[in-house]
Design a protein around this ligand. Structure first.
Ligand SMILES: Cc1cc2nc3c(=O)[nH]c(=O)nc-3n(C[C@H](O)[C@H](O)[C@H](O)COP(=O)(O)OP(=O)(O)OC[C@H]3O[C@@H](n4cnc5c(N)ncnc54)[C@H](O)[C@@H]3O)c2cc1C
Length: 496
């Protein structure tokens, strides 16, 4: 079978490239190794409940904002999006003290200044940066210099109060904070969510299913249980993708929406991409993974909170991923059901690869007793950290531990399902089950910020590992990859 474009991996990035290219008349085939499309957007079902894997909320979906323009172009705006609580879409609880993030830059500045009046100037500078990023989003000339600056250093040079820095970092479990995290990565993500934050009614699978439907509508193919094992090449370019059943799919262009190190393993003995280039990706560090504890609540559940809560307990250094991954940091996010009750809650907590490495040779459902015990212990720790938050809310900026510790959250829980970085590794083939892909390093941006182009002239990359992660980051990257395809076509026309 011959195509114009074969895409390896039906994660968000691969599917978005598929929609954009099939709409331009390309004969596209997207290949997914799992039985469902979506990658991190995949939902899984237990009983009558759907569970999200890597999707909880998105930023910048108001009209006029970046994700809105990308999603309207992709036919995703009419999914059942729900704008979260404007006055508090994220609550940050640090050692029992609460701080709320409202939507809108002015509101955010006012709220932070009300908590930290002595830091008004630093807060203004930070919000000015977020505003500028929103105004220039997608403009490489604006963003590139900000990739070379450390977010930690930038904040510490402007803000003396370490607690305020923690608060400004407080919604950042949706990235990995590290001393060399580029300012752009940190600020772009925070900027988009502060502009507007949305949940979906139902799971993120709807996004993936809609994209797959559009590809098919445009005449393309989306195939599941189609694992690419190898890329075949001749002297000048990649010629075919070989599936695990031996099937051979030829194409002019190949796009890999998988971890670049995994993409390189498809090119064993390649002459087009030399071994040193192939190994380069495997040597890059990856961000931490996540343990996700999904709770089904008993009976009528609890009153629905239209916000997420990030809880940190006794963490001294927020910029140290290993400290962050010791079980004292959680993100609590409730499922939106369009009622005032909540029956399902996800609690996410970071885990570094070294903690699960001992089970790396095991597979889903067969990891052994020790692993199950470890998972149980980690899940209970996350639940007890979340416990206070799942009860009555109270005044901002006050200690709350004593007031909330009476009831036991375990009385509320009907069922618990837990996934770890190993689960993500097995389902998405992401190196080390990393949640947010390759760790970006402001002191080594040349090597950690990746181009869609590879040494093979007709093999491109896309997905969260290249540039920016998250739904917005991956969508912007998909657009960038498609622009590269267009450039390749222009080059081809010129050369003919
Ligand atoms: C726990 C968690 C929570 C998150 N929460 C949020 C959130 O709330 N908001 C947000 O904006 N972002 C969130 N993210 C990030 C977001 O989900 C990702 O950035 C994005 O979905 C990544 O998409 P992708 O296309 O790059 O890769 P992936 O989703 O990893 O897709 C890659 C696909 O390729 C397939 N594949 C791999 N190898 C092969 C092969 N050889 N042949 C065929 N197919 C193959 C995999 O099965 C997979 O389907 C979260 C991520 C995680 C892990």
């Amino acid at each position: 079978m011959r195509y114009d474009v074969v895409i390896i991996g039906a994660g968000l990035g691969g599917l978005e490239c598929g929609v954009l290219l099939s709409r331009r008349g390309k004969r596209v085939c997207v290949l997914e190794k799992e039985h469902l499309v979506g990658g991190c957007l995949q939902a899984y079902r237990r009983g009558k409940h759907d569970f999200d894997t890597g999707f909880h909320y998105v930023g910048g979906l108001d009209e006029g904002q970046k994700l809105h323009s990308l999603f309207s172009n992709l036919g995703l705006c009419d999914l059942p999006w729900h704008r979260m609580n404007r006055d508090c879409f994220d609550r940050i609880v640090i050692d029992g003290e609460e701080y709320d993030y409202p939507m809108g830059f002015d509101n955010f500045e006012q709220r932070m200044t009300s908590y930290f009046p002595h830091e008004a100037q630093g807060i203004r500078q930070y919000v000015t940066l977020l505003r500028e990023i929103a105004e220039h989003i997608g403009d490489t000339a604006h963003s590139l210099p900000l990739f070379n600056i450390s977010a930690k250093q930038w904040l510490e040079e402007r803000i003396a109060d370490r607690k305020l820095i923690k608060v400004l970092c407080g919604a950042s479990l949706k990235m990995e904070l590290s001393p060399r995290l580029p300012l752009y990565t940190f600020a772009q993500i925070n900027s988009s969510f502060i502009q507007s934050a949305y949940r979906l009614k139902g799971s993120g699978q709807q996004v993936a299913d809609r994209l797959a439907e559009l590809i098919r509508h445009n005449g393309g193919e989306v195939r599941v249980k189609a694992k690419v094992e190898n890329l075949e090449e001749n002297d000048t370019h990649i010629t075919a993708a070989i599936l695990d059943n031996g099937e051979r799919l030829e194409a002019d262009i190949f796009i890999a929406d998988i971890h670049p190190a995994a993409a390189m393993t498809l090119l064993q003995d390649s002459k087009l991409v030399k071994r040193i280039q192939r190994n380069r990706f495997a040597r890059l560090d990856n961000t931490y993974g996540m343990l996700t504890v999904s709770l089904i609540l008993k009976g009528d559940g609890i009153p629905y909170n239209d916000r997420n809560t990030y809880v940190y307990d006794g963490i001294d250094d927020f910029w140290n991923p290993e400290q962050m991954a010791q079980g004292n940091a959680v993100l609590i996010t409730e499922r939106y059901e369009a009622t005032d009750r909540c029956h399902q809650i996800d609690i996410l907590t970071p885990v570094i690869w070294q903690e699960v490495e001992q089970w790396q040779d095991t597979h889903v459902m067969h990891r052994g007793h020790d692993y199950e015990l470890w998972k149980q212990r980690r899940a209970q720790k996350a639940i007890s950290l979340a416990q206070n938050v799942l009860f009555e809310t109270k005044k901002q900026g006050t200690k709350n531990k004593e007031q909330r510790s009476e009831a036991s959250v375990n009385d509320l829980i009907d069922k618990i399902y837990v996934s770890s970085p190993l689960t993500y590794r097995d389902y998405t083939a992401t190196a080390q089950g990393s949640a947010y892909g390759i760790r970006k390093d402001c002191e080594n941006i040349m090597f950690t910020l990746l181009s869609p182009r590879t040494a093979a002239p007709n093999l491109l990359l896309t997905g969260q590992n290249l540039n920016l992660h998250g739904i917005l980051g991956t969508s912007m990257t998909a657009q960038m990859t498609v622009e590269e395809v267009e450039k390749m076509e222009i080059e081809k026309l010129r050369n003919n």
